[in-house]
Design a protein around this ligand. Structure first.
Ligand code: ZN
Length: 149
């Protein structure tokens, strides 16, 4: 085990919710892990493989891979999971290893619950256990494989 949760995850040293959605030399896409709490289905993490903290640290090749990964998995959320919108943000307050949060918003979400963390608070939000997260990851992976760049 190293000192970084994300590096450990990429190295396969720890298990997280779901399954790998996509991986190449620069990026890794998976589902957020909430430590055993029910997961909001469709809260995706796009990680840079290299351990650097911010968007400002991306090389051009990494930026290209990161942007394409973000677009492709967002498209998969829309087409495969019927998301009507995808929120995105980079926080980095908890782990100084660049990762972007992508959070699907589904049709019917009331306006007062619009927002990347607000959607969690809607009682109709699609929450799921690890098995459902795995199935979601597999559907997104399949969509991406069937719709290459
Ligand atoms: Zn790291």
């Amino acid at each position: 085990m190293g000192e970084c949760f994300i590096c450990d995850k990429h190295a396969g040293n720890i298990e997280t919710s779901g399954a790998v959605i996509y991986e190449d030399e620069h990026v890794y896409i998976g589902h957020i892990d909430r430590g055993g709490q029910p997961n909001y289905l469709g809260h995706i993490m796009v990680d840079l493989k290299r351990h650097v903290p911010t968007l400002a640290d991306l090389t051009l090749d990494e930026a290209k891979a990161f942007g394409i990964a973000m677009a492709r998995v967002s498209k998969a959320l829309k087409e495969s999971e019927n998301a009507e919108h995808i929120y995105s943000f980079v926080s980095g307050n908890a782990v100084p290893h660049l990762h972007m949060h992508l959070v699907a918003r589904y049709p019917g979400t009331p306006r007062e619950y619009w927002g990347p963390s607000e959607v969690y608070d809607w009682e109709g939000a699609p929450m799921g256990d690890n098995e459902e997260v795995v199935r979601l990851c597999v559907r997104l992976k399949d969509y991406m494989e069937k719709n290459p760049v």
